[in-house]
Write a protein of this length. Structure first.
Lengths: 853, 292
């Protein structure tokens, strides 16, 4: 086959859509030059290879944990990111125009921002209607007069750009608060370069690194007092935010600390990061939290995402924030009709790139126009709020809805804007292995640089999910594209590698934020909880499966029943096997399957897996790519097993085997890849804590009650098996299994890595490694507790513990010992939390609402 | 007339608080009919960080933080306020301005009107429901003078609503106040403001104090006064004119202004954030004394 024929087959499903600009084909139906080059490389891969690469791409993105969270998504958080193999191309001439248009726009918006929060000349001169500013929810009166170092107030700017049918490029939206997407753009490029390196052949695609270098400088430059090595943090709303992946991705890429509001505190008029070793001063906050949520003292009082007192520190000039608080006032479609005049006034020039024709209803004639033409316009509110009508297509409304909207507009005219509808251009996309046209919207990113602005030479293109569906939204399942600016790299780019080295050399060694520390501690605990439960479940299930094969006699049944009851206690899945339901004992598999796979049941393995996953995602910047791969396979295999309707015993057992193996691999990888020492200590502290508590629970539920010899033997053996200590036992004692020796091995033997003393040894070492909060020789609460537990254990005597009480038919000494031990150990997490997990402190509002006359 | 106002706010915590941040708007303003001669702020325990600045509306704001463990916080502001009686020079002129004229004049964008203009849009505290709009219309009938319409509105609120402490909190929406016809001074001020703004007219919220007189023959009790709130509308040729719907009065020399803003949310006397989960107790006492 010749490439030409192939190419024809390739475009079998591609045809220009009438009334749209076609990115691929010119008016004669021929591919435009850059696309021609691109498809020459593309067509060198045959159909199967394209499918393979597409699968590789999906896998890579999944393994790297690239996700976009959908609010209220029934499938749960963390939807995988979708990336089209075919990029969006922009040629050199066009880019030059876009670049100059965007730079001008950023410059202009910066000046408007300064004016709004400064002398308000634009309002006084009548160039900017007061209502557009004062009625906008993003106009924060508390922020007037706050100044930061640096020539520009607006540090980040992003714009959504689309091309209309006549080929002109328009700015559709301005993003001035906390623009998202630059991290996804970067990840898209990395994935493309890895999976499809040959596509870049013959095309000079501009790199993205210049933007990120400029971004580093921009953030460093706004640091107060010209600190040469400022501490920069990224403030995120947390793991449930839709773009959390990007926050953690950028944090690891740029070497900044990722924090949530409660990781920070205000003291002595500075902002501090709470770390395991104490407070560290923060110089610059790159926020991904909306401005009204940033300070519950002066802004939204119900916010749990902010830092109380932050505004006062900003006012004092002791910390800087990008973008400045209050900058969302510029995310305002009502500004559009006024921008050209403002540009003429402030810059002495016209807008290079046009804005979409817009009519602000605050002016009577404009409102009349909007009311008359409502069906051919998009109606937007000047700011986003929780009402569904922030942006609606007039044409999609019913007669009743139109009447209602008109009433709304008349009642609050200054809040509404009518905008011309634009049919975004169509661009080739790979859909189910075929090339089809889809409508595209491109987001470009700018950052302040040397007193001006620099645009990312690339960006994030998103296409509609379906052809002709013009709402482009990740929330609605759109697909993203890498964006290629085809142009030779200009000579002015810096030596990237050198610069990166310099920046990394100055990076903070990074004490662990206390929030991260706590999350790692819980990852450790949940890992072991999952592992412990899986192992015990496996032991019990194996026992039952074998028993059934051997046509069990009575004692076996008794052992079986006791094991099943222990299982319920151990996993705390009550009532389970504790409710004397004979049917459950006769056919335990139904209940066992439920304990494995019922994710809605607390204590089930699926439930524990979900909790584990949540903890893992909360500290996602700590896992290596290999670790992600393991995490993905844990998740995927488990989902696969759980969805098999009638899972047989063997399938269930093999699901457990896989889970156990992968979890062990996860632990092993962490040991190697978590570089920060304190991080590993916290994770392992959590593991040892959980292992100790699980062991005690298991012994309490299996060995305390006295049974006949055979049952006791079976139970003791099960304890050894599910703690992987049977081989060890046989090797060490070369004797029949008996209680004193089992207790010796599981509690007191320092050489058995499964014994309690082994765990406590490590715990004691870890806890003494934690930074001291008080000078002097007094033991901290957690040190005292671990010493008490350790002493209790060291003073224990295996023969004493193994003495039965014939009156109660229980091993009372053992019971007392384990209960005491449990109480002491359970107090340790609380004591650690009080000193080291300071973010856990709750904030509360005070009001003096005592107006009584 | 010279007054001394002592406003004391005390928070008592069940468990020690190790960090608190606070914002106070307790220092009385000075303007044409009032001069705040001095204002002494005493905070116990002594704050570790303190700052004072002017807010967007020109009120004096104080910020303070206490970084040592404490179980009690006391903020006392002691102010000397002089009231000046203002002659009414163009009484006939401003009495003639209809509310529709005010609405029309408010379209101008001269700096003076811009300052006034910001008090027209409704806020969360002053959102007007259809019932509130209808209630407003009964006073703001076509062609009625701005002053007369507002005065009538004030009288109607005084007659139609029962003053009932404890029925509402600061988060009770106006719609509920409207339905129950009960509330306290801040509810009545918010209601009046919502009415005036629903017609596209400027109104602002005023916080302050009121001198109360003891029953004849009785000694006045210290701390028996309270902080108070009323509203103000803008009338061309006259400026801002205060109205007190709680007492059915045009505030004069007995009303001492502390701060003004669009609503309570802009000028809460004292608010703060503490790091603590335990309960706390609040007590406020106000003492207004006539010095001469």
């Amino acid at each position: 086959m010749t490439p030409d024929v192939k190419q024809d087959a390739l475009f079998e499903h591609y045809s220009s859509i009438p009334h749209f600009y076609d990115e691929l084909l010119d008016l004669d139906g021929k591919p435009r030059p850059n696309w021609q080059t691109f498809f020459q490389s593309f067509s060198k891969l045959d159909n199967d290879e394209i499918i393979n690469r597409n699968q590789d791409m999906l896998r890579l993105l999944k393994e790297n944990g690239v996700t976009y969270n959908i609010y209220d998504d029934p499938a749960g958080l963390n939807r995988p990111w979708k990336l089209d193999l075919i990029p969006f191309l922009i040629n050199k001439e066009e880019w030059q125009k876009i670049e100059s248009g965007l730079t001008q726009r950023a410059h202009l918006l910066d000046l408007i921002l300064k004016d709004i929060y400064g002398s308000q000349e634009l309002i006084k001169l009548g160039l900017l209607p007061m209502e557009l500013v004062y009625n906008h929810a993003g106009f924060l009166r508390q922020c007037r007069g706050i100044k930061q170092p640096g020539k520009r107030n607006l540090i980040f700017y992003a714009a959504d750009i689309g091309r209309s049918a006549d080929g002109r490029i328009w700015i559709v939206n301005d993003r001035t608060q906390a623009p998202s997407g630059s991290g996804y753009a970067l990840e898209n490029r990395m994935a493309m370069a890895r999976i499809l390196p040959e596509f870049f052949n013959g095309l000079k695609v501009r790199r993205l690194s210049t933007y990120f270098n400029a971004l580093r400088n921009a953030l460093s430059e706004i640091a107060p007092a010209k600190n040469p090595n400022p501490r920069i943090v990224i403030l995120t709303p947390g793991p449930s935010n839709e773009t959390y992946f990007e926050h953690s991705y950028l944090a690891s890429f740029l070497g900044y600390t990722l924090v949530q509001g409660n990781d920070l505190m205000v003291k002595d008029n500075y902002v501090w990061l709470k770390t395991l070793s104490g407070l560290e001063k923060v110089d610059v906050i790159w926020r991904r939290v909306d401005d009204v949520y940033c300070d519950p003292l002066e802004l939204r009082e119900d916010s749990q995402l902010g830092v109380p007192g932050l505004l006062q520190v900003l006012r004092s000039g002791n910390v800087s924030i990008a973008n400045p608080l209050g900058s969302s006032v510029l995310e305002n479609p009502g500004l559009m009709p006024f921008l050209n005049n403002i540009a003429k006034h402030l810059l002495g020039e016209e807008l290079i790139m046009p804005t979409i024709a817009s009519w602000w209803c605050g002016q009577p004639e404009q409102m009349d126009y909007v009311l008359e033409n409502i069906q051919s316009l998009v109606i937007k509110k000047i700011y986003k709020d929780s009402t569904p009508s922030t942006s609606v297509d007039g044409n999609a409304l019913s007669a009743k809805q139109i009447t209602e909207l008109k009433e709304q507009i008349k009642a609050h005219s200054s809040l509404y804007v009518g905008q011309e509808k634009i049919n975004f251009s169509s661009t080739p996309s790979l859909i189910n292995g075929r090339i089809e046209p889809r409508n595209a919207l491109f987001r470009s990113f700018l950052v302040s640089h040397n007193g001006g602005y620099i645009a990312m030479t690339g960006g994030l293109t998103r296409t509609t999910a379906d052809l002709g569906n013009f709402v482009i939204s990740n929330q609605l399942g759109g697909i993203s594209k890498d964006t290629w600016i085809i142009s030779p790299e200009p000579g002015r780019t810096l030596n990237v590698r050198k610069e990166l080295e310099r920046n990394y050399a100055g990076a903070h060694s990074g004490a662990l934020p206390s929030h991260t520390a706590e999350n790692l501690f819980w990852v450790g605990r949940y890992t072991e909880r999952m592992l412990g439960n899986a192992r015990f479940l496996r032991t019990v299930m194996q026992f039952i499966a074998e028993g059934n094969n051997l046509l069990a006699d009575n004692t076996d049944t008794q052992s079986e029943q006791n094991l099943l009851m222990s299982l319920t206690h151990f996993t705390t899945t009550y009532p389970g096997f504790t409710d004397d339901d004979d049917e459950k004992f006769e056919n335990p598999w139904k209940e066992l399957r439920d304990v494995l796979f019922n994710g809605n049941r607390m204590g089930s393995l699926s439930y524990n897996l979900a909790v584990f996953k949540r903890a893992v995602y909360a500290v996602r910047d700590h896992w290596s790519t290999d670790t992600w791969r393991v995490l993905r396979s844990i998740e995927e295999e488990w989902v696969l097993m759980a969805s098999a309707a009638h899972t047989g015993h063997h399938r269930m057992l093999s699901a457990l085997d896989n889970l156990i193996t992968s979890t062990v691999a996860f632990i092993g990888l962490n040991r190697e890849s978590i570089s920060r020492e304190q991080g590993w200590v916290m994770l392992d502290t959590g593991r040892k804590m959980e292992q100790s508590l699980l062991l005690i629970t298991m012994l309490l539920s299996t060995l305390v009650k006295k049974h006949d010899d055979q049952t006791e033997y079976d139970l003791q053996e099960s304890v050894l098996v599910s703690n992987e200590s049977l081989v060890n036992y046989r090797y060490k004692y070369r004797a029949h299994i008996q209680l004193p020796l089992v207790l010796d091995l599981m509690l007191l033997d320092p050489n058995n890595p499964r014994s309690l003393v082994y765990q406590l040894d490590r715990l004691k070492a870890y806890l003494s490694q934690l930074p001291k909060s008080q000078p002097g020789h007094t033991l901290a609460e957690h040190e005292r507790l671990i010493l008490e537990a350790y002493t209790l254990l060291k003073l224990a005597d295996k023969d004493e513990l193994a003495k039965p009480d014939n009156e109660t038919s229980r091993y009372e000494n053992l019971h007392r010992f384990l209960t005491n031990m449990n109480t002491v150990l359970l107090a340790i997490p609380g004591a650690v939390s009080k000193i080291y997990f300071k973010h856990a402190e709750t904030q509360k509002q005070l009001f003096s609402a005592g107006v009584t006359i | 007339m010279l007054y001394k106002v002592i406003h004391t706010t005390t928070y008592t915590y069940f468990e020690p608080v190790s960090l608190c941040h606070n914002i106070g708007r307790l220092i009385p303003r000075s303007f044409d009919t009032q001069v705040c001669r001095k204002s002494i702020v005493t905070i116990s325990p002594l704050p570790d960080v303190k700052d004072e600045y002017e807010d967007f509306f020109g009120n004096q704001v104080m910020y303070f933080a206490i970084q040592q463990e404490h179980k009690k916080l006391t903020v006392t502001v002691s102010s000397e306020i002089e009231k000046i009686t203002r002659e009414d020079p163009e009484i006939n002129l401003y009495h003639d301005v209809s509310w529709e004229d005010v609405k029309e004049l408010a379209r101008q964008s001269t700096p003076a009107w811009l300052e006034v203009h910001q008090y027209i849009p409704e806020t969360i505290f002053t959102a007007a429901t259809p019932e509130i709009k209808a209630y407003a219309r009964q006073s703001f009938k076509p062609g009625v003078a701005m002053f007369d319409a507002t005065h009538n509105l004030m009288q109607r609120i005084y007659q139609d609503f029962e003053f009932k402490p404890g029925f509402t909190t600061i988060s009770t929406p106006l719609s509920e106040v409207m339905k129950a016809r009960k509330g306290v001074c801040q509810d009545f001020a918010h209601l009046a403001i919502a009415c005036v703004r629903s017609l596209g007219l400027p109104a602002r919220y005023v916080s302050g104090y009121l001198e109360t007189l003891p029953p004849p023959g009785k000694q006045k009790l210290a701390g028996a006064d309270a902080s108070h709130a009323w509203f103000s509308v803008y009338i061309p040729y006259r400026g801002w004119v205060d109205f007190d719907p709680t007492n059915n009065q045009i505030p004069g020399s007995q009303h001492l202004t502390a701060c003004w803003g669009r609503d309570y949310g802009d000028i809460a006397p004292l608010k703060g954030v503490i790091i603590n989960s335990g309960p706390h107790k609040l007590s406020v006492s106000v003492d207004v004394k006539r010095m001469s």
